[in-house]
Design a protein around this ligand. Structure first.
Ligand SMILES: [Zn+2]
Length: 280
């Protein structure tokens, strides 16, 4: 059934990895939209990763984001930032992120007028939304190391290999709206300040690289009293988004869900599906 036009509701529509369209039925914006997705061979071999504009257009259509006002990027790794300037270019949205994200935008051909650089503590308003950029940390990568550390200090023209997409500043996003609060924690680092003194209605929570699940949930979902926890960044993003979804190897999704039921007895854990809106 179609919703009444005057009935505004907050929703988050997942698009794989840490990508979402956030909407209140009136204004919308993207976070970390990444749909190009490349084989693990291509990534590990250091081959250039060409953005797939036809997929960007398709997912703008599937998520209903044609009038998105911003594309917000939580950190500059390729699986968060590679497609972001193209989502901005196609929709006319402003690209909002770190200096490194700005370098990705400039390299992709966006003008300075379409880019906003933010630092920890900054905010960006979109309609009734206020997005707060909170300093965060990256989760554990392979062998406990953060992949591709450093920053991108000059315009990065695509196609470029994965290693060119350096980390840059890592943000968690506290999204405040009269209808509720959503937190996007795009990488599984322990960043207490993100969750301190905030009550979240919905927490979009990276599960890859989380380490001990119970400890992670205590410091994130339990700390902010999240009513709904939406795990994300669990899909194997070396496969096409529209292929049958597989999890990242050794991710332990079942263990995550079981532990969440114990640690967060009052929260709902909602597993997202690509292209389907989850309402706050
Ligand atoms: Zn990352």
């Amino acid at each position: 059934m179609r919703e009444k036009k005057d009935e505004r509701r907050l929703c988050a529509t997942w698009m794989g990895v840490a990508g979402f369209l956030i909407s209140d039925g009136c204004d919308s914006f993207y976070i970390d939209p990444f749909v190009s997705r490349y084989s693990i061979f291509r990534v590990l071999a250091g081959l250039p990763l060409p953005p797939r504009i036809e997929l960007v257009r398709r997912w703008i259509g599937l998520t209903g984001g044609a009038s998105a006002k911003a594309v917000v990027v939580s950190h500059s790794h390729f699986d968060h930032a590679l497609d972001a300037p193209f989502f901005a270019g196609e929709t006319g949205a402003v690209l909002v992120g770190s200096e490194s994200t700005a370098s990705i935008g400039l390299g992709a051909g966006l003008g300075e007028g379409s880019i906003k650089r933010v630092r920890p503590g900054d905010t960006h308003d979109i309609g009734d939304f206020r997005v707060r950029f909170v300093k965060s940390v990256h989760g554990f990568g392979l062998f406990g190391r953060t992949p591709y550390p450093g920053s991108i200090d000059r315009p990065l023209a695509p196609p470029a290999p994965a290693a060119a997409y350096r980390l840059g500043e890592v943000f968690s996003l506290v999204i405040e709206h009269p209808l509720g609060v959503i937190i996007h924690h795009g990488s599984a680092g322990r960043a207490a300040e993100v969750f301190y003194g905030v009550r979240a209605d919905m927490l979009l929570l990276c599960v890859a690289g989380r380490g001990n699940t119970a400890g992670y949930l205590e410091q994130t979902a339990a700390a902010c009293g999240a009513k709904t926890v939406v795990p994300m960044h669990f899909d194997n993003f070396f496969r096409p988004l529209e292929a049958r979804m597989k999890h990242i190897p050794f991710l332990g999704m079942e263990e995550f869900v079981k532990t969440a039921a114990k640690v967060l007895p009052d929260a709902v854990v909602a597993i997202p599906e690509p292209g389907r809106a989850l309402f706050v």
